[in-house]
Design a protein around this ligand. Structure first.
Ligand SMILES: [Zn+2]
Length: 311
């Protein structure tokens, strides 16, 4: 269950039942106190694994790469204080506000998401369901533990304040969900976060300049191919932007564009796609459309519905 990857540095694979990602990689630096990076969801299956780690290593300080429930969800049950990037801490404040959720749901409905489904999402969204609220959040710049010094690299895109951790002398990168190797990180739309895809591409370029020997991601296996993988991810989004742009021969809402884009997951038809997958697909589509608006290739027309058209 615990794999020692380097001296005093462990991977804890926490299961994610009924989730296509299967598990989340949490990393633990052995020290007094130990430091736990990411936690799993607030589900009993996740807690059992983390509890065993706490029994073996002691009660940890908790750092989360980002606010998604599979990384942060359990943090409130393990520690009173959770450390994240300043941007992510500020964003979490916004999430507490009901107005944030109303604005989100309204925007999805204006983008064509059926109203009754959009409301249903707020009851099944894993970010809401599997989250234990910690007492307080604090900002983190670096982690000194176990003989290592991990510096925080801010990588907005997957979330507004996502962070990676880089150990410069060991050339080890903990990448969270910023860079994954056999799945493509989801880049979606967020209220109060302008052009997430543009931010993501900038973050990828910043990460590409690191001379990492090995990357430990938030899901699936580690890899030595940081630069190559970043090039692939940039290329993937470039292709998808072209695909999205090619659908805008006449004005369209995101819901229509999403059904014309080729997605990585296999499904028979759009109507057979599970609700949450539809939500993520529309969210990704909006992120691409908004990036096209930012770079001047498309235009957003707002009325009761939000349309996009070629510029
Ligand atoms: Zn994530």
């Amino acid at each position: 269950m615990f794999e020692e990857l380097m001296e005093n540095f462990y991977r804890i694979q926490v299961p994610l039942p009924q989730n296509p990602l299967k598990s989340v990689n949490c990393y633990l630096i052995k020290d007094d106190p130990p430091v736990l990076i990411d936690t799993g969801m607030n589900k009993e299956e996740c807690f059992e694994t983390i509890k065993t780690a706490i029994e073996s290593f002691g009660k940890p300080l908790v750092v989360a790469t980002h606010l998604h429930a599979d990384h942060l969800g359990l943090a409130g049950r393990i520690a009173d204080t959770v450390y994240m990037s300043e941007e992510e801490v500020k964003y979490l404040e916004k999430l507490k506000n009901l107005e944030f959720w109303i604005k989100t749901i309204k925007f999805y409905i204006a983008s064509g998401f059926p109203a009754e489904l959009a409301r249903l999402v707020s009851s099944v969204h894993p970010g809401i369901k599997f989250f234990a609220q910690p007492k307080e959040f604090r900002c983190v710049d670096s982690i000194n533990a176990g003989g290592y010094e991990f510096e925080v690299i801010i990588t907005p895109g997957h979330t507004p304040g996502h962070l990676c951790l880089y150990e410069r002398s060991e050339r080890v990168l903990i990448s969270g969900d910023h860079v994954l190797f056999d799945v493509t990180p989801n880049i979606g739309w967020w209220p109060h976060f302008e052009d997430p895809l543009g931010a993501y591409i900038e973050s990828l370029k910043k990460t590409r300049s690191l001379d990492a020997r090995i990357v430990y991601p938030g899901h699936r296996k580690e890899s030595k191919r940081l630069k190559e993988r970043i090039d692939e991810l940039i290329e993937h989004h470039k292709k998808r932007l072209e695909e999205v742009l090619s659908t805008l021969n006449d004005k369209k809402i995101a819901w229509e564009v999403a059904q014309k884009v080729s997605w990585d997951i296999k499904f028979e038809s759009w109507s057979k796609l599970p609700l949450m997958q539809k939500w993520f697909a529309v969210s990704e589509t909006i992120a691409h459309l908004e990036h096209l608006v930012t770079i001047g290739e498309a235009e957003r027309v707002e009325g009761e519905s939000v349309y996009y058209k070629l510029r």
